[in-house]
Structures are given as structure tokens and as C-alpha cells.
Design a protein around this ligand. Structure first.
Ligand code: PMV
Length: 360
């Protein structure tokens, strides 16, 4: 498949107005995407757990304009209120996706969106937000072209979401999603994410993710800037190669349910992501002192309890604490006794692997 397969030839029906709502989850990468080429093509493949509780709900209302407009026509409401500062990101998304959604200038859109997690939580809402919007637009396209197959619908939704935010392409389905061409993964693609196609041991079913909100401030460094810093990065090629190798290793780990190897791989990926940020030019540190306190506590508890709790990080200070469902009680006790003290205002979110976006 190439990107041209997502350009529609013509539409079968004519729709004047309507409304659609999707709830789309966030996701947490195990092998991280950091670095990209033109047109949001990833510099390396990545894989993530789709989350369940952390999600964006978006309603898209559309009304056909009398004449096709010269620019995109839309209003944006975030949690019920107009949100002008979100609009440039949506305009960019519309610009990038217009070749594949030629109806975009033929409608006026009202986009109403809200998150299940607090806005200033430091949790990136771009994955859930962009995937929810891509799905709503695909639903309109499906109305215009009712014979669309579900597989195509999901692929194109992922393809469009990717043009909004790379990681968003992994939020369409569950429970484990892989994005980016990888020689050992059948059907893998740089254009869209696929459901992980191989056997996964039952120990990963309902895997838990408790997100500790260490720093709720807005991001110091935008993802786009961070990705760009990988262009002249001294360790870039080794890092991209490592991500490919880690995905190959993960295949066996998933199949065998080898949690010790899972922990090594996931924690190393998280620290490598931050190591890339610390060694770029300009360099930056997104972890906070409490991030390190939490990591050390997790290591000490894992050693003494023999549980399989581990951590991963996004491009920020918050810590995702990952553990199998059968260790939930013991690990949860540990989190509330020892880790919550390091969270800003004691805030954290209990989440777990989820099944992907839903039409409401
Ligand atoms: O989707 P973006 O461009 O915000 O990139 C996010 C990249 C990481 O969250 C740091 C890693 C990943 O694979 O999700």
C-alpha cells in the first residue's frame, strides 16, 4: 500500500449535515518513537499498549456549505468553551489531510472535545485527541462512501491520525499496536499502525498502568522539536537500530510471557528516550527529582517483593507504573504507601490496557 491508496476517487452519496462522536484512548509506548522523516514517517518502528481510562471524546458536527470555502471552516470547543489556541494545530491537521479527505473545505465543522484526564495533568492529549478527530472524519467519509470495509476504515483512520501526531496512529485499536516498517513484523507499515499480529502470553492481559502525575506543567519541549533534534544527533543511527532489535526481542518476550526480559526492555527504552534528549543539541532534561525518586523506589520494591512492577516514561516527568493484573493488590498498596507522596497534589490515574476507540 502507498499513501495514494488513501486518496478517494469519488463519493457514492451526498450528505448535507450530521454529527458523530468517538471516544479514543491514549497509549503508552514500550518501544519508543523518537525521530521522524518528512510527512510524519517514523525514523524507527514503535509499539504501545492502548490505554483504557485516559481518553478524549470528540463530537464532530458537519454542515455542507453552499459553496466550497477557500479555507477550512470550523469552530472548536474544549470542555464546552471555545479554545482558540487549539485551532492552529487543527488547521495544520486539516491541511495535511486534505489530499486524502477532499471534502474538508465543503463543510463547516463544529468540533467539541473533552478529556477524561485533567487538562493540566502533563499527559499528552495529542494521541487521543488526534485519533478521535481522525475517526470522526472517517465516519463522515464512510457516510459518503458506505461500502467501505472496516479494515480500510481503521487503516485510514490511523493514517490520518498519524498526520496529526505520530503516536496517535497507535490509538485506533487495541490492545497492542505497532507502527513502522519492521522486518520481523508481518504487514507492518510506516503509513499506519497495525494490531500486534503475534501470540501474546495471558500474563499481559489487562496489564496495569498507574500514571503518576509528577509534574502537571505544560511540556517544556514540544514533540516536534524533540523529533527534529534527532536529525543531527550523534547517536541517532544506533538508537534507530536498537529500536528495531528491541521489537524483534519483544516478540519472544510477548510469546513466552517473560516478565523479567519485558522489564529490562521497557525500562531501557524509557531511559534511552530520555538519554536521547539529554544528548541532543540543544539538550534538555525532562525528568524531575521526583521522577528519579520514584524510579529508585520501584527498583527497591521490585527487588524486595519479587513482583514484576516496572516503569516507563513519555517525553515528560510523569511515570507510568506497569504491572501484571495478578500483582495488582500488592503493587497498588506500594504505590499508595510509597509513590503517591512524589506526585503533584498526590494525583495519579489508574489505567490498564484497553481495546481501542469506540463510536458513541
Ligand atoms: O506523537 P508525538 O509526535 O507527540 O511523539 C510522541 C513520542 C513519545 O511519546 C515520546 C514516544 C511514543 O512512541 O509515543
Amino acid at each position: 500500500m502507498t499513501h495514494k491508496d488513501f486518496i478517494p476517487s469519488s463519493y457514492a452519496t451526498y450528505i448535507t449535515e450530521g454529527k458523530v462522536t468517538y471516544k479514543s484512548p491514549s497509549n503508552i509506548a514500550l518501544v519508543k518513537y523518537w525521530g521522524k522523516k518528512e510527512h510524519q514517517i517514523p525514523a524507527n518502528p514503535s509499539i504501545s499498549f492502548t490505554l483504557d481510562t485516559c481518553a478524549t471524546t470528540t463530537t464532530l458536527s458537519y454542515k455542507k456549505l453552499k459553496n466550497k470555502a477557500s479555507d477550512f471552516s470550523f469552530d472548536l470547543l474544549f470542555e464546552g468553551r471555545p479554545k482558540e489556541d487549539f485551532k492552529p494545530k487543527i488547521s495544520t491537521f486539516f491541511k495535511r489531510t486534505e489530499p486524502y479527505l477532499p471534502f474538508l473545505k465543503a463543510y463547516h465543522f463544529t468540533i467539541e472535545t473533552s478529556n477524561s484526564f485533567p487538562h493540566s495533568s502533563g499527559i499528552a492529549s495529542s494521541a487521543s485527541g488526534m485519533s478521535a478527530l481522525a475517526l470522526c472524519l472517517m465516519e463522515l467519509e464512510r457516510e459518503l462512501n458506505p461500502h467501505m470495509e472496516t479494515d480500510f476504515f481503521n487503516r485510514k483512520a490511523s493514517f490520518l491520525a498519524r498526520l496529526g501526531s505520530g503516536s496517535a496512529c497507535r490509538s485506533i485499536e487495541g490492545d497492542i499496536m505497532q507502527w513502522g516498517l519492521h522486518k520481523d513484523t508481518i504487514n507492518s507499515s510506516d503509513l499506519y499502525a497495525i494490531r500486534y499480529p503475534y501470540k501474546v502470553h495471558p500474563v499481559f492481559k489487562n496489564y496495569q498502568d498507574t500514571i503518576l502525575l509528577v509534574d502537571k506543567g505544560s511540556k517544556q519541549v514540544s514533540s516536534s522539536l524533540g523529533h527534529n533534534l534527532m536529525h543531527d544527533h550523534p547517536f541517532a543511527e544506533e538508537r534507530f537500530d536498537q529500536a528495531h532489535k528491541n521489537l524483534t526481542k519483544l516478540k519472544r518476550v510477548f510469546e513466552e510471557g517473560n516478565l523479567l526480559e519485558f522489564i529490562k526492555l521497557v525500562e531501557s527504552e524509557a531511559l534511552t528516550l530520555h538519554a536521547m534528549m539529554m544528548t541532543s543539541m540543544p539538550y534538555f532534561i525532562l525528568m524531575k527529582p521526583n521522577t528519579l525518586e520514584i524510579i529508585n523506589k520501584i527498583w527497591a520494591f521490585r527487588a524486595s517483593s519479587k513482583t514484576h512492577v516496572c516503569f516507563t516514561l513519555d517525553a515528560g516527568a510523569n511515570v507510568h507504573v506497569l504491572y501484571p493484573e495478578n500483582e495488582k493488590e500488592e503493587v497498588y498498596q506500594f504505590i499508595s504507601n510509597e509513590l503517591v507522596a512524589y506526585c503533584e497534589n498526590g494525583q495519579y490515574i489508574c489505567d490498564q490496557i484497553g481495546n481501542g476507540a469506540k463510536k458513541l
